[in-house]
Design a protein around this ligand. Structure first.
Ligand SMILES: [Zn+2]
Ligand SMILES: [Zn+2]
Ligand SMILES: [Zn+2]
Length: 187
């Protein structure tokens, strides 16, 4: 069994109800910035995090505070979208800004070995949309995916599934259709 499949299984187990530390499926989150008591849940902590930055910034970058993921960064839209922040809810301009920032951060950290991943809507532990940025694990590439020239061309994944992106020469290789995608990145 390869490492990635094993990671995906472990990640799935962590999402089961027996693990109160992590919540899955945040699509029903009803947090509202105007009502601070609704923002106190752990799954809303990234919503609170972006509020610390000026409102006119397009994106916010934070180091992943999970001690088990010391090499990861999170790139967040500064705006809040509807519950669960599905990528499909973001206008093209906002998605482009998000991916552009994620790619720049990835390059600055890992050169050509960067990767960016967003889990599917049902596999998020935080209700605020977030792109994981890190170093691609080796030997992850497999068939499928589409190649695009720029962040503006990165498609919205079908059916709320996840997406992961890595460089392919001077272009971008985009994989969609899986829910748990952050496991392609070094922790
Ligand atoms: Zn929330
Ligand atoms: Zn939010
Ligand atoms: Zn690929």
């Amino acid at each position: 069994m390869n490492f990635r499949i094993l990671s995906a299984i472990v990640f799935s187990l962590l999402l089961l109800p027996g693990f109160p530390e992590l919540e899955a499926d945040v699509r029903g989150c009803t947090c509202d910035l105007a009502k601070p008591e609704t923002m106190a849940s752990r799954e809303c902590s990234l919503c609170a995090e972006v509020e610390k930055s000026p409102a006119d910034l397009p994106v916010v970058m934070v180091k992943d505070i999970n001690p088990r993921k010391p090499n990861r960064w999170l790139i967040l839209p500064r705006k809040h979208y509807s519950a669960g922040h599905p990528l499909a809810a973001m206008p093209l301009e906002d998605r482009t800004a998000l991916w552009t920032a994620a790619i720049e951060k990835g390059k600055s950290l890992w050169g050509n070995d960067w990767g960016a991943a967003m889990n599917g809507d049902v596999s998020r532990t935080q209700c605020h949309g977030h792109v994981h940025v890190g170093k691609m694990l080796e030997d992850i590439e497999y068939s499928g995916g589409v190649t695009v020239d720029s962040p503006a061309q990165i498609p919205v994944p079908p059916d709320g599934t996840g997406i992961w992106i890595h460089p392919l020469g001077n272009r971008l290789h985009v994989h969609t259709g899986e829910n748990i995608t952050e496991t392609v990145l070094m922790r």
